[in-house]
Design a protein. Structure first.
Length: 404
């Protein structure tokens, strides 16, 4: 055997052995987590009112509403402006200097603030607005919703014209993502602050819990909200530092690199062999037909999932990736250009956020499919999200079914 081939073979064998060791270690961590979760269940720590009433992912009804109440110095929490002070303390000096001497005691908090009819440069509705004298903190809160056209650009223009004492525009997402180019327009990254639920809000809520130590109702509500944040950001490993230290060794990094280089193929296999059968069964339940794709590379742009309704001759329900690498999924109604009916299409376009000559659609909650999405394929959450959206579509268009 050629020495180079022998060396490559030995190196490959070592990497595969390290991959196996990593998998076994992760499984041992997961086993410990299951034991911890069972212990939490026995102690009643798995009870979460936000899960019980089904609003854990509700951007407006839960997250914006609760954050606004905590910011409010006159809120029912009874700690005056302590929570708000703690929030401002986590803002980097580069941005906090824009609102120096911000009087938290005099702050007023508003939700869903209408700032005028939308144009390219102005208007819209702010999620959370914190004002004090001529200064303000504006928060655009994104859980699963996608950016609107010129959204951050419009909000910045509003603040610049209104708050002469200074302002901070915050873009709050699960993981601290950048706002989209479509939303920013010409707004540069130094003009707004990115915060995340996973790190910033999680840390702030922990601080709020300490502040509310002697207020048990507030404290326990915040503890439940903290668990909600952990759930929606997949913060499921308690021994995270130990876990990271184990992975961050030379041998394990090489094994991880090999694994990550094959992630696209792994995702394709999970989608083909796990998700598609689920979609077939879901479609049957809804009296639709799912068109199974064979050997599809789902990472390619415009790869899609198609559902047919026997009553409709023109339209299909389609979920489609608008970008490569399992990114930018939309879902809606698509029709064959050859049998297009402008009158019907005009009616349907009023039911969806976006439209083109051949499409009416909304952005899908699972916009970009990462490994957490693959987990949600196995536990059934993704197919449930599909079912929920498709049921809404079917209910929305039932008056037009004969024309579709």
């Amino acid at each position: 055997m050629n020495k180079n081939n022998q060396y490559k073979g030995e190196e490959s064998s070592i990497i595969m052995r390290n991959i196996k060791n990593i998998i076994e270690y992760v499984k041992s961590i997961q086993a410990k987590e299951k034991i911890r979760e069972q212990e939490k269940f026995i102690r009643g720590e798995k009870f979460n009112i936000f899960d019980v009433i089904g609003i854990s992912t509700y951007e407006v009804s839960l997250h914006s509403a609760l954050l606004a109440e905590l910011f409010n110095p006159h809120g029912g929490h009874g700690v005056k402006d302590s929570f708000l002070k703690e929030f401002i303390a986590l803002i980097p000096e580069k941005f906090s200097s824009c609102i120096s001497s911000f009087d938290t005691e005099l702050a007023t908090i508003k939700k869903e603030v209408y700032i005028g009819s939308k144009t390219d440069d102005s208007g819209g509705r702010l999620d959370i607005l914190i004002e004090s004298d001529d200064k303000a903190i504006l928060i655009e809160n994104k859980i699963y919703a996608n950016d609107q056209k010129n959204q951050m650009h419009r909000y910045y223009n509003y603040a610049k014209n209104r708050y002469k004492g200074g302002f901070i525009l915050i873009y709050l997402t699960l993981y601290g993502d950048d706002a989209s180019e479509e939303s920013l327009t010409d707004l540069t990254e130094d003009k707004y602050l990115r915060l995340s639920y996973k790190q910033d809000i999680y840390r702030w809520i922990n601080s709020c819990i300490r502040i509310a130590t002697l207020k048990p109702l507030v404290r326990e509500t915040l503890n439940q909200y903290l668990q909600t944040i952990k759930k929606i950001t997949y913060m499921t490993i308690d021994d995270k530092k130990i876990f990271i230290n184990y992975l961050a060794t030379k041998d394990n990094i090489e094994a991880l690199a090999t694994t990550m280089n094959n992630i696209e193929d792994v995702k394709n296999q999970i989608i083909s062999e796990e998700l598609q059968p689920q979609l077939v069964e879901m479609a049957k339940k809804l009296k639709l037909v799912y068109l199974v794709e064979q050997d599809e590379n789902w990472s390619e742009i415009y790869s899609s999932f198609t559902f047919k309704n026997s009553i409709w001759s023109r339209y299909s329900i389609i979920a489609q990736f608008e970008k490569k690498n399992f990114s930018n999924m939309i879902i809606g109604l698509h029709h064959d250009e050859q049998v297009r009916c402008k009158r019907v299409h005009s009616k349907l376009s009023k039911l969806f956020a976006k439209q083109s000559n051949t499409w009416v659609w909304d952005d899908f909650r699972y916009k970009n499919w990462d490994l957490n999405t693959m987990v949600d394929i196995y536990n059934g959450n993704l197919v449930k999200a599909f079912e929920e959206v498709i049921i809404n579509i079917l209910n929305s268009v039932k008056d037009y079914s004969d024309e579709m």
